[in-house]
Write a protein of this length. Structure first.
Length: 87
């Protein structure tokens, strides 16, 4: 996979598409091995850790039973959502 990723990163044509295909190849048939729950206040370091995971290309999902407005606020405070994202 690393060789495929490096080739995609060096590609001059459709680099984004090639990188996405390489990422999809490694994410195929994954099994969930861990998760976390956030209740009320975020623990120290959680927003920074989640931002690093997101920037590294990991897909981070948030499941909540809250109202949409509350979920959006949590998303911003956890640095899972940014002002550039379309909500």
């Amino acid at each position: 996979w690393l060789a495929r990723h490096k080739a995609a990163a060096a590609s001059r044509e459709d680099r984004d598409g090639a990188l996405a295909a390489a990422a999809a190849a490694i994410e195929d048939s994954l099994v969930l091995v861990g998760l976390t729950a956030i209740e009320d206040r975020l623990q120290e370091g959680v927003p920074r850790a989640l931002e690093h995971l997101r920037r590294a290309g990991l897909k981070v999902w948030v499941l909540t039973g809250d109202k949409v407005e509350t979920a959006v606020n949590i998303g911003f405070s956890a640095k899972l959502l940014t002002g550039e994202m379309e909500l």
